[in-house]
Design a protein around this ligand. Structure first.
Ligand code: FAD
Length: 295
């Protein structure tokens, strides 16, 4: 017979949440309200992004350090090698290690001018794989890296992009987190291709709950992800209906997560954009229940 909706989601999913470092006092309050709201979901870790070209170095550090100090959630710091020498990277990595941070999301980063080719710093790392090797030599960090189910926009081919992911794993990363995507089949094809290439590290789907298509289109244009036409249609006419927009957003993301779960996925990473509500609702639909929290 037919599988009843959500009947099989038994609460064995595990989640992680991504945040960006706040710019203002108000944004800082919003971030901490979101962390407090999501903490009871018992995330495996939360991560904090690194602004383009390392522009948020201090703010990322301050945010990750505060999470490490004030919560019992393992905190991961994103780190990019664009525009930085190896010595500067070592300084940043040492400061994290000293602050008790044990998990780095290691990335190459994007060129400072959009559309220009990436140029490594003359004394820097040339790619994320190189950065992973460098970090490994410094401290025994847990390292996550980026993966692209629809291929990275600069990749020569889908196959070469997968080979690059394999280099990052072989260099010492333990997990890949994917760019966002909007079809479970896209993820499954990528997972199969990665397995065929001999990648056995976990590949965690990055879930972006979309409630603002225009904003998502801007992100997507930069990172090569496709916004399907059906998504525009689903949000068409909802500009003046924020409540309905949130419900539609939760439905789309939850449906995709349910399909991923049915296909064997148990780990999910949420791009929260520093807002808790949608990610919280989707975790709930995935069968997770908020637990009493000690922090
Ligand atoms: P790499 O893995 O080095 O790959 C870059 C490109 O070069 C790919 O096309 C790859 O196929 C190609 N390549 C690399 N080595 C070789 C080789 N030897 N031969 C042929 N081709 C090669 N950006 C930020 O600035 N801050 C963040 O906090 C941040 N967080 C992110 C988190 C996640 C989960 C993801 C998916 C992305 C994130 N990004 C972030 C974006 C990321 O920095 C960009 O996508 C960047 O353009 C590529 O970074 P990478 O680590 O994937 O690079």
């Amino acid at each position: 017979g037919q599988t009843p909706l959500y009947a099989d989601l038994g609460g064995d999913a595990q989640v992680s949440f991504e945040f960006f470092p706040p710019k203002t006092e108000k944004m800082e309050q919003q971030l901490w309200a979101s962390i407090s709201a999501l903490a009871p979901m018992g995330p495996r870790f939360v991560s904090v992004t690194y602004g383009a070209g390392g522009s948020t170095r201090e703010r990322t550090h301050a945010t990750v350090e505060r999470i490490a100090r004030e919560t019992d959630i393992p905190a991961a710091a994103h780190l990019t090698c664009v525009g930085a020498s190896k010595a500067e990277i070592a300084e940043v990595a040492d400061a994290y290690w000293q602050a008790g941070v044990r998990h780095i999301v290691a990335l190459r980063g994007d060129p400072p001018v959009q559309g220009k080719a990436f140029m490594p710093h003359p004394e820097g790392y040339a790619s994320a794989a190189d950065l992973v090797t460098g970090l490994r030599a410094l401290h025994p960090f847990e390292i996550s890296v980026a993966a692209y189910p629809e291929s990275h926009p600069e990749a020569v081919s889908a196959q070469s992009d997968i080979e690059n992911l394999k280099r990052k794993i072989d260099a010492g990363a333990t997990r890949a987190i994917t760019q966002f995507f909007f079809s479970a089949d896209t993820f499954f094809r990528f997972r199969d291709a990665a397995a065929a290439a001999g990648i056995d590290a976990e590949i965690v789907p990055g879930i972006l709950p979309v409630s603002n298509v225009a904003q998502t289109r801007q992100f997507a244009a930069m990172c090569g992800a496709e916004i399907p036409a059906w998504m525009d249609r689903l949000f068409d006419g909802l500009d003046d209906h924020p409540g309905a927009r949130q419900l539609v957003a939760a439905t789309i993301a939850a449906e995709m997560c349910r399909n991923l779960y049915t296909g064997g996925v148990r780990n999910f990473h949420f791009y929260t954009l520093n807002r808790a509500e949608l990610s919280f609702a989707i975790c709930h639909l995935l069968g997770l229940r908020a637990k009493g929290v000690s922090s």
